[in-house]
Design a protein around this ligand. Structure first.
Ligand SMILES: Cc1cc2nc3c(=O)[nH]c(=O)nc-3n(C[C@H](O)[C@H](O)[C@H](O)COP(=O)(O)OP(=O)(O)OC[C@H]3O[C@@H](n4cnc5c(N)ncnc54)[C@H](O)[C@@H]3O)c2cc1C
Length: 493
C-alpha cells in the first residue's frame, strides 16, 4: 500500500451497462486507495437497450462484487441460461438443431467420449455426435432444470443469465451511487486535449468542465473519446461478418421456458429468442446489403406470429469490428465504443467485463502508469479476433440454400489464418485440440466449444457404406443414464 501511487480521479463517459459495470468494478477495487469515480450520462441520448444474454462470466462479476442472485435477478427480471440452441443453420447435414451448452467441471468425464465420437464420425461411422447429449448443461436445458448446484453435488456448474438490459444498468447505477460513485446527468459537448495529446477535460452542456487523471469511453457506438477525440482508428469486420443491423421486438412471456437462448436462422440472418420473467426478447440480426429494414421487420413479425400486432419494433445499426487501440493515452474504451462482434454467442458483455478486469490488473500492477498499455492492447485485440473467428465459422459452415446471403457466407474466403488452420485440421481428421493448443487460443473458445459447433453443423463426410454398429462411446459408456442420474440432483424450473 505504501508504494502504490494511485490516480485521484477517473471519469467514465456514458452510463449504459458498460459504464456502470466499469464504475462498479473500479470503485470496488480502488475506493480503498481513495480513487474517485464519476459517471457522466446524457439525459437525452439513450442506452442501446438490447443485449439480454450473458456467458458464465457475469456470474463471476456479481460474485466478486458480493451481490447475491436473489438481490439482482428479480430486479432485472432475470432467468437462468445454460445453453444456446441453434435451429436451421445446417439443414443439408440432416441436423435440424443442436446446442452449445456452457461447459462445467463434470464434463471432463464425457468430453473425451464426445471428441472420440466426433473423430469416429469423421471416419464415416454413424455414432452420436449431438453436443448437448455429452454435456451436463445440455441435459439441464432439455430437462428444464435449474443450474443451481445442489449442496452435495461435488462439481461446479457453469451457467449464465438472461436479463432486461435496461434494468441491469439501472440496478448497477443505484448500487454504485450508494457506494459513492458520482453521477452527472449532462451531454458531453466537447473533449479538450492537452499538449501531450492526453484528454484534459470534458465540456458539458451544463457549462461544467470535468477534469480527471483518467477517462473511460463508454459512450457506445458514438465512441466520443476514443474514436472521435483521440482519433483512434476502427477495424471493421464487414468482410468477415456481413450482419450490420438488427430489429428487436418483445413478445409475451413463455410459460415454463427452457433455460436457453434460441438462435434460429432466417432468410438473411438469424433471430434470437430470450425468455425473461416478464416477457420474451426477440431480435432479427441481418445484413442490410441483402434485406431491407422493412423486409426484415416483416419477416421477424411473421416468424413471431405478430404480423397483425401493433407491437413496436426497434431498429438498430451495428458497428462490427474493434478499435485499433483499446487503451490510448489516458483513455480506455469499454463496451460498444471499443468494438462489437455480432451477438450470436452473446459475447459483448463478456468482452466488456474482461476488458475492465484486465485493465484493473494491468494498470494497478504498473502502479497506475501506462507501462502495460501495449500488452493490454495486444491481449484485447487478440480476444476480439478469436471471438470473431468462432462466430465467422457459424456462417462459413452453414448449409442453407434459400438466399444469396447464405451462399455468399459459405463462399466467403475472408478467413483468418488461425480459423483456416482449425478448419483444415478438422477436415483432415486431425486433432483440433492439439491445433488449439499449438495456437494457444484455448482461453477464447476451447476444444469442446469447437467440437460443439463443428459436430452441430454436421461438418462430416458422408457415412461409410459398411457400418459395423460399434464404437459409439455415448452408448458404450452409458452417458444418457449418467446424465439423467446427475440431473436428479437438480430442481425443476
Ligand atoms: C442487436 C444487439 C444485440 C445484442 N445482444 C447482446 C447479448 O445478447 N449479450 C451481450 O452481452 N451483449 C449484447 N449486445 C451488446 C450490448 O447491448 C452492449 O454491449 C451493452 O448494452 C453495453 O452498451 P454500452 O454501455 O457500451 O453502450 P450504450 O448502451 O449505447 O450506452 C452509451 C451511453 O453513453 C452515453 N452517451 C453517448 N453520447 C454521449 C454524450 N455526448 N454525452 C453524454 N453521454 C453520452 C449514453 O447516454 C449512454 O448512457 C447486443 C447489441 C446489439 C446491437
Amino acid at each position: 500500500m505504501e508504494n502504490i501511487k494511485p490516480i485521484k480521479k477517473i471519469v467514465i463517459a456514458g452510463g449504459g451497462t458498460a459504464g456502470w459495470m466499469a464504475a462498479s468494478l473500479f470503485n470496488h477495487h480502488w475506493a480503498k486507495y481513495g480513487v474517485e469515480v464519476s459517471v457522466i450520462e446524457s439525459p437525452q441520448i439513450g442506452i442501446i437497450g438490447v443485449g439480454e444474454g450473458s456467458t458464465p462470466s457475469l456470474k463471476r462479476f456479481f460474485y466478486n462484487l458480493g451481490i447475491a442472485e436473489n438481490e439482482w435477478m428479480p430486479a432485472c427480471h432475470a432467468t437462468y441460461k445454460v445453453n444456446i440452441q441453434f435451429e436451421g443453420w445446417s439443414p443439408r447435414s440432416g441436423i435440424s438443431r443442436y446446442g452449445h451448452p456452457f461447459i462445467s467441471q463434470i464434463d471432463t468425464f464425457s468430453e473425451k467420449h464426445f471428441y472420440t465420437n466426433c473423430y469416429t464420425r469423421r471416419l464415416g461411422l454413424d455414432v452420436n455426435t449431438y453436443p448437448d447429449d455429452f454435456l451436463l448443461c445440455g441435459w439441464l436445458a432439455k430437462l428444464k432444470k435449474s443450474p443451481i448446484t445442489p449442496v452435495h453435488f461435488p462439481f461446479v456448474v457453469e451457467y449464465g443469465y438472461h436479463f432486461d438490459s435496461a434494468l441491469l444498468g439501472q440496478f448497477l447505477c443505484d448500487r454504485a451511487k450508494k457506494l459513492g460513485v458520482q453521477n452527472i446527468q449532462a451531454n458531453i459537448e466537447s473533449v479538450e486535449l492537452a499538449k501531450n495529446g492526453h484528454i484534459k477535460n470534458l465540456k458539458l452542456d451544463s457549462r461544467q468542465t470535468i477534469e480527471a487523471d483518467f477517462f473511460v469511453d463508454c459512450t457506445g457506438f458514438n465512441s466520443l473519446l476514443m474514436q472521435k477525440a483521440l482519433n483512434v482508428g476502427f477495424i471493421p469486420y464487414k468482410s468477415n461478418l456481413f450482419n450490420d443491423a438488427a430489429v428487436a421486438m418483445p413478445s409475451k412471456v413463455i410459460k415454463q421456458p427452457l433455460p436457453q437462448t434460441k438462435s434460429t436462422a432466417l432468410s438473411n440472418g438469424w433471430v434470437w429468442q430470450i425468455p425473461l420473467q416478464h416477457r420474451t426478447g426477440n431480435g432479427y440480426v441481418y445484413a442490410s446489403d441483402y434485406i431491407s429494414k422493412d423486409q426484415a421487420e416483416t419477416e421477424l413479425r411473421s416468424h413471431l406470429g405478430l404480423l397483425e400486432s401493433d407491437a413496436e419494433a426497434k431498429h438498430l445499426r451495428m458497428n462490427v469490428g474493434q478499435v485499433k487501440q483499446h487503451w490510448a493515452r489516458n483513455c480506455l474504451a469499454v463496451g460498444l465504443s471499443q468494438g462489437f462482434i455480432e451477438p450470436l454467442e452473446a459475447t459483448a458483455l463478456h468482452l466488456t467485463q474482461e476488458a475492465i478486469e484486465c485493465f484493473i490488473d494491468k494498470f494497478e500492477s504498473a502502479n497506475f502508469t501506462n507501462d502495460n498499455q501495449t500488452d493490454f492492447n495486444s491481449e484485447m485485440s487478440e480476444r476480439y479476433e478469436r471471438v470473431r473467428d468462432y462466430i465467422v465459422a457459424h456462417y462459413k459452415l452453414n448449409s442453407r440454400d434459400d438466399s444469396a446471403y447464405w451462399r455468399d457466407n459459405r463462399a466467403n474466403m475472408n478467413l483468418s489464418e488461425s480459423l483456416l488452420s482449425l478448419l483444415t485440421v478438422w477436415y483432415r481428421k486431425g486433432d483440433i485440440g492439439a491445433e488449439i493448443k499449438r495456437q494457444n487460443i484455448q482461453s477464447h473458445f476451447g476444444v469442446t466449444s469447437w467440437h460443439c459447433m463443428l459436430a452441430g453443423y454436421g461438418a462430416f463426410p458422408a457415412l461409410a457404406r459398411e457400418q459395423p454398429g460399434k464404437g459409439d462411446m455415448y452408448a458404450n459408456e452409458g452417458l444418457a443414464n449418467f446424465f439423467k442420474s446427475c440431473c436428479l440432483n437438480f430442481e425443476s424450473l
